[in-house]
Design a protein around this ligand. Structure first.
Ligand code: FAD
Ligand code: PYC
Length: 415
């Protein structure tokens, strides 16, 4: 793989950009791989990347039914933070944040990580108590967050109405290292690096069956034929239940849409990320100037990548009361993704009832920020067959044992 650099840009500028290579190949599947990863979203690609980089396992295929990054990893509002309450969550989200901080260099790909600061508004006494508790918990976990006053909120976000009609802003949980990254670039950066290690990314190839023998995985059936494998990593977010059913077990996952939309581009008006979890809206401004907006998840459970009018209307109401200038903006695009929600709003990184088959899912509304940490932890699980310290708390057993990792508040998005 030729490295991207200022010199490469200069060289290509001199020859009308005729020398750029394809970022990844379009290979036909081989008969067998040591590991097959199903799902070329951020988590699947990152799993494959750290399998190669950290554990030296490179005979890997990543199988994707659509195009890589076409699932939730290319549909999110790109918010990155590690201000979770429970120790197990804080550990994996902080690992992810630290990896994000060096990711562009690691992948030789500009993932446009922008640690511009993140606020979670408190608009009720309950939220004030909850977020102050999170600040104390984060301090014990070694994660720097702080409680800021409503006046500080107004200083950081001049367009906000802190005396909102329903719920005035009482202060906020602030993480200065939080921010955004460019979702497509994260997917493409990992994909390019996997391809460079010789891994096969096979797109437009749906897994339709999982073959097992004596309780152990043997391979997958796909729309491009059968492929054998030593180990299988299933990383398909909202379709986890479908893949588990192919292998003969059930997952404690619900699938439902979450939508987002963007405004027309305008001059810079907000240079931090703000989540308002009581009225259900969040906002940041993209490099192009669009306001990136979203709210709570949709019900009932379904697989449509669109979302309902009701949620769109409620979120717009919350946005307009919190940022009145939004009432004067045109909206450009709206879309949805399929969330994989667990009962405690925490992920699953786990062995399964089938030997050598592993699942990474349940990131729900909050998995973009987790991509590097999840990939790191899942790669360790797949390579060694046993979870490392980051993954261990997130096993499937916790649902049987009642050992929940309750992150319903830190999820930050209404469920
Ligand atoms: P995906 O990216 O969905 O990848 C799974 C892949 O598996 C898909 O490409 C799919 O096509 C493929 N697949 C499924 N079935 C099969 C099959 N049978 N065969 C082959 N391939 C298959 N998170 C944050 O941290 N911050 C945010 O601001 C944020 N905002 C969000 C806003 C929206 C509107 C949405 C939808 C999500 C948001 N999220 C956010 C959540 C985040 O996007 C997800 O948690 C994360 O992207 C999940 O990544 P993934 O790789 O697990 O899944
Ligand atoms: O998990 O921070 C998050 C988030 C913001 C918007 C959607 N998810």
């Amino acid at each position: 793989m030729r490295r991207y650099s200022i010199f490469a840009i200069a060289r290509e500028a001199m020859r009308y950009h005729s020398g750029w290579e394809r970022a990844w190949r379009a290979p036909e599947p081989k008969k067998r791989y040591d590991v097959i990863v199903v799902g070329a979203g951020g988590h699947g690609l990152a799993t494959a990347y750290y399998l190669g980089k950290v554990h030296g396992i490179k005979n890997v295929a990543i199988i994707e039914k659509g195009w890589l990054g076409g699932g939730n990893s290319g549909r999110n509002t790109t918010i990155i933070r590690s201000n979770y309450l429970q120790d197990a969550s804080a550990a994996i989200f902080e690992k992810a944040l630290q990896l994000y901080e060096g990711l562009a260099k690691d992948l030789n790909y500009n993932v446009m990580f922008s640690p511009r600061g993140l606020l979670m508004l408190a608009q009720s006494e309950h939220e004030v108590r909850g977020y102050k508790r999170t600040v104390y918990a984060n301090a014990l976990q070694g994660i720097e967050t702080e409680w800021i006053s409503r006046e500080q909120v107004k200083d950081l976000v001049p367009i906000i109405n802190i005396d909102g009609p329903r719920y005035p802003v009482l202060g906020a949980l602030y993480q200065a290292r939080g921010g955004t990254g460019r979702h497509d670039a994260v997917n493409w950066g990992y994909a390019r690096a996997c391809d460079a290690m010789g891994m096969d990314i096979i797109q437009q190839c749906e897994v339709t069956g999982i073959r097992t023998e004596n309780g152990e995985v043997r391979g997958v059936d796909t729309t491009k034929g059968s492929i054998d494998c030593g180990k299988l990593a299933v990383v398909v977010s909202g379709h986890s239940g479908v893949l588990a059913e192919m292998a003969g077990f059930r997952m404690p996952i619900e699938s439902c849409p979450l939508q987002a939309w963007v405004s027309e581009p305008i001059k810079p008006v907000i240079d931090v990320v703000v989540m308002a979890n009581l009225v259900h809206c969040y906002i940041s401004q993209s490099d192009k100037g669009e306001l990136v907006l979203g709210g709570g998840i949709d019900h009932p459970n379904n697989y449509s990548q669109r979302g309902s009018w009701y949620t769109l209307e409620e979120t717009t109401r919350a946005l307009v009361e919190t940022y009145p200038i939004i009432s004067r903006l045109k909206m450009l695009r709206q879309w949805g993704g399929i969330m994989d929600i667990t009962g405690d709003h925490s992920p699953i990184i786990s062995k399964t009832p089938v030997r050598n088959m592993f699942m990474d899912c349940g990131w729900g509304t909050g998995g973009f920020k987790a991509i590097p940490g999840s990939g790191w932890a899942m790669a360790e699980l797949v390579a060694k067959g046993e979870p490392g310290p980051l993954a261990a708390p997130f096993s499937l057993e916790r649902f049987r044992e009642g050992r929940f990792i309750d992150e319903s508040v830190a999820a930050g998005v209404a469920h």
